[in-house]
Design a binder for this molecule. Structure first.
Ligand code: ACO
Length: 425
């Protein structure tokens, strides 16, 4: 029997169905709330609102579970390539060998960016943040590629272009920002290695591809590949719900991810750890984070959904140790991060607020070890998150219950007020 919720409002009683997902999560279906009662719900930050049903990613914030299409992220990080994970998210299942080969060929064929785009890059001020550049350039892609008549093929080619070109564009912005020669994609290299080569190869110092570094990028991107209805994904869905083109919707996602409370946290963590290292002020940072009157927060700590250790942070922490050991790097920020985590996890404030390290806490140290500059950290996150954004956008296209995203509000401004001409004000 379907559960129902009874709402008593005034002298009337209303019933609303309870919707249950495949993992037992329950929601009150209020789609008829306003038309039957005249009421709307008020839920700042949408913390209690399900904006859609989805079969892409499952997460349980209390148990620390994250699965893509049912497969635990730990298993994917252990066994899958980023390309397979991308295919899984977008198509709903892992590819067979033939499908994977075909997917690789298509990605390779679409890896170059239009030469005219270089002029855009070269004209951004040198101090521009790479996330701002990436968001603008992804949006600009729309103007460079003709729209195909066949809708399905148009969607497929747009998705492939984005997945492939985003690496080239990210590496290109890095090279141009340094005043270095742009390195083109190589067909003989796999997805992650190809990106690293475009970032770091130079005519005077050929880049030696290190399998441990390639593996770290692979795991980093798999861990970031999707995270259900987070801020940037919701931005992609909301913007996409106006039936805007995919480039524009992804550009909106990149802009949302830039924020320090979201993807920008990986950069903010390194800045915070560096400040602690420089000023030896860990105690002060903890005290500031607990102070209600101070906007400072411990970056890389806390999550809207996880009220336990973020499963991605566990993998990232382990990988951080392994990678630094293999590369024989000693990063003082890793010691500070571990000490900060230990102190915070014993502190009543962090215990009571269920604040644990999130994915961004250790990821910056991994990226530093690879040689990624700090201002490119969030770009790395964006490349990893792209398959998730695309999968969510595609799912919303096919959703029979799809609607233009348009929340309501409760107005609290002045009631009707008469206009006063300027000389009488
Ligand atoms: N440091 C100190 N206090 C914190 C932190 C933190 N990092 N995070 C949350 N809190 C406190 C808040 O002050 C608040 O305290 P109160 O209830 O006593 O007023 C309480 O915990 C709840 O905080 P909210 O902001 O309401 O929780 P929300 O679920 O909206 O926050 C968020 C989630 C934004 C991620 C928050 O934990 C945060 O700002 N963390 C730091 C930034 C960060 O690491 N972001 C990356 C998140 S992962 C990602 O997006 C990829």
């Amino acid at each position: 029997m379907t559960d129902t919720i009874r709402l008593i409002y005034g002298k009337k009683e209303y019933e609303f169905p309870v919707f249950e997902g495949s993992e037992g999560e329950k929601a009150i279906d209020i789609s008829q709330l306003r038309s039957t009662t005249g009421l709307i719900t008020l839920d700042p930050g949408y913390a209690n609102t399900g904006s859609c049903t989805s079969s892409i990613t499952f997460m349980d914030g209390e148990k620390g579970i994250l699965r893509y299409r049912g497969i635990p992220v730990e298993e994917l990080a252990e066994n899958a390539t980023f390309k397979e994970t991308t295919y899984l998210l977008i198509n709903g299942r892992l590819p067979n060998r033939q499908e994977l080969t075909r997917f690789s060929v298509r990605l390779n064929d679409n890896s170059l960016v239009h030469e005219d785009l270089r002029a855009f890059y070269e004209n951004f001020p040198r101090s521009s943040h790479p996330m701002g550049i990436l968001s603008a350039m992804v949006n600009a892609l729309k103007s460079f590629y003709p729209v195909l008549d066949n809708l399905e093929e148009e969607i497929n080619i747009t998705v492939t272009r984005l997945l492939s070109k985003i690496r080239t564009m990210a590496a290109m912005s890095y090279k141009i920002s340094r005043g270095h020669k742009v390195v083109y994609p190589r067909p003989d290299l796999a997805y992650c290695a190809n990106f690293l080569n475009m970032m770091f190869d130079s005519p005077v110092k050929p880049y030696e591809i290190d399998s441990d570094v390639v593996n770290a990028v692979r795991v980093f991107w798999i861990l970031h590949a999707d995270h259900e209805q987070n801020c940037s994904t919701s931005a992609v869905r909301l913007v996409g719900s106006a039936r805007v083109n995919l480039y524009a919707a992804i550009s909106a996602g990149i802009a949302a991810l830039w924020g320090p409370l979201h993807g920008g946290a990986n950069q903010a963590v390194i800045e915070m750890l560096s400040d602690i290292a420089k000023n030896r002020n860990m105690g002060k940072a903890i005290e500031r984070a607990k102070d209600k009157n101070d906007p400072f927060r411990l970056m890389g700590f806390g999550h809207r959904v996880y009220k336990t250790y973020d499963p991605r942070a566990k993998i990232m922490k382990k990988m951080c140790d392994t990678l630094l050991n293999k590369l024989k790097i000693s990063d003082p920020l890793l010691d500070i991060a571990k000490e900060l985590e230990e102190v915070a996890l014993k502190d009543d404030y962090f215990i009571e607020h269920s604040l644990y390290p999130n994915v961004d806490f250790y990821s910056g140290i991994v990226l530093r070890a690879i040689g990624i500059p700090t201002n490119m950290f969030t770009v790395m996150f964006a490349i990893g998150r792209l398959p998730g954004w695309v999968a969510q956008w595609k799912e919303s296209l096919d959703d029979p219950n799809w609607k233009l995203g348009r929340p309501r509000q409760i107005y609290i401004g002045p009631t009707q007020t008469q206009f006063v001409p300027v000389d009488k004000r």
